[in-house]
Design a protein around this ligand. Structure first.
Ligand code: C2O
Length: 541
């Protein structure tokens, strides 16, 4: 492959949106940031210089980082922050990977504005498994706050309560005409009648899963999380933060202007939010310029039926390497809980439900970030920063029936800790993710670094191995799964990429509350199964 070199300067920039001018953090003075282009198997080198006043790291979301764990990017997991004035060069290959990815800051809540697309084309001469589109466009979905995002995070942490909703949803940084002062802050695609377009949808949203639809047009899904899927045509789809979905759209309607609408999908009952969609335009050449745009039909915000259809329609085009048998069977609960306000959280003003503070955990362990990176501590055998006793089943288990608890733990207190779960090289893993929680069950898009995984099953309610139906034929190969609210998902992968790999909810507020853990995957015996030394410029704490 070729080597692609990029220079990223993380810096602040003044933008005016929603009637207000403020400073945001971006890369190279663009919002969204620059797109990284490559072909399968290419080497990508990105020199990141931090010219912003905040600590920064960049994560290459969906890139498996085969034997390059040092370039993954999550702060305090595989590296310490790039401090103001410092530079770190990320180097990795798109080894056997192509499709739509994205990069984003992986520290604090900077991802809100520090994000951009990664587009990896097939090797020269290798066609798409569908007719070539006339044109391709990227749509990055996000959420925008008027408040300084680092300040907002501090306030939410200090309050112990929920995060205020975003002031706007955005498509490629633009809120669209339904928001104040945004009549012209609209992203637009010009289309030629009769042509077919490939839209690369990326959700960089912070705390919201979304519905997306285009008025009068069908969406044919052909790729999810940078893996081809069997073509499936829908009127609207759900996309969770951390997911990418490619759709083909045929401009087969009358010459006019059509809304591309991004609305909320959420389950939580008592959260106040503005139910306004972000609108972009799908506009035919020849349409009357000032014509009204035709509105799109989105499901109601808590329509979980559409979500299940969404999971159902994602099928791998080729499910190679799907582990049919497994040797490591894990069961993780994921969920929110409320800790009582007591001496262990003296810095919080206890504005969570019933005077408590929100916490989130996996298997009842609420993750605490270490002071150096886990990878460094593991690689250099520095003791005292983590323990390897992250439980394979919930800490607070009740009666087990056939390998799964028949009574999902419903505790009020989780344990704080920096715990990892160690996997032997080559382990064939099945992991059940079970949504639970005492306050409420909630949306949780769970993302695993370093791997894609087959989503072999999902369902509502508690996982029951006796009745759960698994798809071992053509399950989708994802890196982020929106676990059904109050339900479960079963994922499978072969642990053949050594390193320290973060797994977490891709809602930043849940991540802040501790909804994460890390796997250590040990080295194998061969030279191509061993993690190399850290690069010389790796930021240290
Ligand atoms: Cu897209 Cu750990 O992140």
């Amino acid at each position: 492959g070729t080597t692609r070199f990029y220079e990223f300067k993380v810096q602040t920039m003044r933008v005016t949106k929603l009637c207000k001018t403020k400073e945001i953090v971006t890369v190279n003075g663009m919002f969204p940031g620059p797109t990284v282009y490559a072909q399968e198997d290419d080497r990508i080198i990105v020199r990141v210089t931090n010219d912003s006043p905040y600590n920064a790291t960049i994560h290459w979301h969906g890139v498996r980082q085969r034997l390059t764990c040092w370039a993954d990017g999550p702060s305090y997991i595989t590296q310490c922050p790039i401090q103001t004035g410092q530079t770190y060069t990320y180097e990795f290959t798109m080894f056997q990977q192509k499709g739509t990815f994205f990069w984003h800051a992986h520290i604090s809540w900077l991802r809100a504005t520090v994000h951009g697309a990664i587009i990896v084309y097939p090797k020269t001469g290798v066609p798409y498994p569908f007719p070539n589109p006339y044109e391709e466009h990227v749509l990055i979905f996000g959420e925008y706050w008027l408040k300084n995002i680092v300040q907002l995070e501090k306030e939410v942490v200090a309050s112990g309560g929920a995060s205020p909703p975003a002031n706007a949803f955005i498509i490629n940084g633009r809120p669209g005409p339904r928001y104040n002062c945004s009549k012209t802050d609209v992203f637009k695609i010009d289309v030629v009648p009769g042509k077919t377009y490939l839209l690369r949808l990326i959700s960089a949203s912070m705390n919201m899963e979304h519905f997306f639809a285009i008025a009068g047009h069908k969406l044919t899904i052909v790729e999810a999380d940078a893996e081809y899927t069997k073509a499936f045509t829908v009127d609207r789809l759900m996309i969770a933060p951390g997911q990418t979905i490619n759709v083909l759209v045929k401009a087969d309607q009358q010459i006019d202007r059509y809304d591309m609408a991004l609305g909320p999908y959420m389950s939580a009952q008592n959260v106040s939010f503005q139910n306004i969609s972000s609108i972009a335009h799908f506009q035919y050449t020849g349409a009357i310029l000032d014509s009204l745009s035709l509105p799109a039909q989105l499901p109601v915000y808590n329509d979980s039926l559409v979500v299940n259809t969404n999971l159902h329609m994602l099928r791998s085009l080729n499910a190679t390497n799907l582990p049919l048998d497994i040797d490591t069977n894990l069961f993780f609960t994921i969920g929110l809980n409320v800790d009582q306000c007591h001496s262990s959280n003296p810095n919080k003003s206890c504005q969570g439900p019933s005077g408590g503070v929100f916490a989130a955990s996996m298997n009842n362990v609420s993750f605490v970030k270490p002071n150096i990176s886990l990878l460094e501590a593991y690689y250099d055998r520095i003791h005292g920063y983590f323990t390897d006793d992250f439980p394979g089943v919930p800490l607070k288990t009740y009666d087990f029936v056939n390998g799964a608890p028949n009574n999902i733990p419903n505790d009020t207190q989780s344990l704080n800790g920096t715990k990892v779960h160690v996997l032997e090289y080559g382990s064939r893993v099945q992991l059940i993710l079970q949504d639970t929680g005492t306050v409420t069950t909630e949306n949780h898009p769970i993302h695993l670094h370093g791997y894609s995984f087959y989503v072999v099953g999902y369902g509502t309610g508690n996982y029951n191995p006796m009745t759960a139906k698994l798809n071992l034929v053509d399950p989708p190969y994802m890196n982020t799964i929106g676990v059904p609210v109050g339900g479960w998902a079963a994922i499978r992968f072969i642990a053949d990429n050594p390193g320290v790999w973060f797994m977490h909810c891709h809602f930043d507020v849940h991540l802040t509350w501790g909804l994460s853990m890390a796997f250590i995957v040990k080295n194998g015996n061969g030279p191509l199964e061993t993690l190399p030394h850290p690069p010389a410029d790796l930021p240290r704490c």
